[in-house]
Design a protein around this ligand. Structure first.
Ligand code: MG
Length: 379
């Protein structure tokens, strides 16, 4: 398919940190996607929490299925806008690689443990995974991905961390946080697709878990509008089929809204190429009314699902596990895998411990905690 002139083009990539000859049958972005799919961190996503801990049920989203849903949504929007679908897929599949076990509870606790050592940010950690922590190639650490893929993976970054990255990679992936410019369209798109995906699947998982009901969600305009629409077309529809039909219609409406709004913005700004996009205001967006409705849904999920007493209870256990692991490994580094223990010896202490914990799956972290403390804090 012919790409739009403002799409990223693999042959014009700003390249890899360690130059490599092109692959005979794949573009540079297809190759990035393949490297991500074959990485260790990618396989671990299946055992990492999205909202519900992995062991709470087999049907809930995990970081892996979430990432696949983000990739699906982003690719279908990207294709409609003639953006680079391969790059979109690579960024979407990699966007959560840096997540700790136990979702946001794990991340926030690790950030607290690291507060005197530069903190912990999951977006930055995703970049660390693909840049240094994966060890698969003889010539270099990391996956040696293209600039554009790495730019999309680093979707947020504090000013202090941006300055740190800029010092070692001048004009690189962190530059935009200092210069206040935008990333390419494919990166902007993955960011929005992430929000569309979790809003929708968290309603589904929330209702399946019984923590929220269809009646609760009916208070949210974005959902209720499409539930009513489904009922008008299929009177008598109920239960899971009604839930799925409402979510399906809601997802489609958001996808078309992004395509129309972004298409109109691209027409009016008319960037000449992918670099002109970086100097323009953000271009991938919802319309104002859809932005308001999506934010309302986000707030609803925050108040009613993410802060539900039952979710908060496992959050407390997750915090304890991460805090205890951090303390144990910091005092006895030999309890970690040897390459991490060696990093502590060579002066990279707290960061090595944080990298080790961040890479864990939920169940490995829980097993390690039990092994080291003798306590079982997760049923
Ligand atoms: Mg995500």
């Amino acid at each position: 398919m012919k790409l739009a002139r403002y799409a990223s083009v693999a042959a014009r990539s700003r390249g890899r940190r360690y130059p490599e000859p092109p692959a005979p049958t794949r573009t540079a972005f297809q190759r990035d996607r393949d490297r991500i799919v074959h990485s260790t961190a990618f396989r671990r996503l299946v055992y990492k929490t999205q909202v519900f801990l992995n062991h709470e049920g087999d049907l809930f989203r995990t970081r892996l299925t979430h990432s696949l849903e983000v990739a699906q949504l982003a690719r279908s929007i990207g294709r409609a806008l003639a953006l680079n679908e391969d790059l979109v897929e690579a960024i979407a599949l990699a966007h959560d690689l840096g997540h700790t076990p136990f979702g946001h509870a794990g991340q926030d606790t690790l950030n607290e443990c690291m507060k005197d050592h530069g903190g912990f940010e999951h977006n930055l950690q995703s970049l660390r995974v693909v840049d240094t922590l994966e060890q698969r190639y003889p010539q270099y650490d990391g996956l040696n991905l293209c600039f554009e893929t790495r730019e999309g993976i680093l979707k947020h970054c504090s000013h202090a961390n941006a300055e740190r990255i800029e010092a070692v990679e001048p004009g690189g992936v962190a530059h935009r946080f200092l210069a206040r410019t935008q990333p390419g369209l494919e990166a902007q798109l993955c960011n929005l697709a992430d929000e569309i995906a979790y809003n929708a699947h968290d309603i589904d998982d929330g209702v399946r878990s019984g923590l929220i009901t269809l009646q609760d969600v009916a208070r949210v305009e974005l959902f209720e509008r499409y539930r009513n629409e489904a009922l008008r077309e299929y009177p008598g529809l109920e239960g899971r089929r009604l839930l799925y039909e409402a979510i399906r219609r809601m997802l489609s409406a958001q996808v078309y809204d992004v395509i129309d709004t972004t298409g109109a913005a691209l027409e009016s700004v008319a960037p000449l190429d992918a670099d002109a996009v970086r100097q323009a205001p953000p271009l991938v967006a919802f319309s104002d009314p859809m932005r308001a409705r999506s934010s309302e849904l986000k707030r609803f999920l925050f108040d009613n699902l993410y802060r539900h007493p039952q979710v908060l209870q496992t959050t407390g256990a997750a915090q304890q596990i991460v805090r205890d692991l951090f303390a144990c490994y910091s005092s006895v580094p030999e309890q970690m895998q040897s390459d991490y223990a060696e990093r502590v010896e060579s002066g990279d202490g707290p960061r090595a411990v944080a990298d080790y914990i961040a890479g864990m799956t939920d169940r490995f972290a829980a097993h390690e905690h039990e092994r080291l403390t003798g306590q079982k804090v997760l049923a």
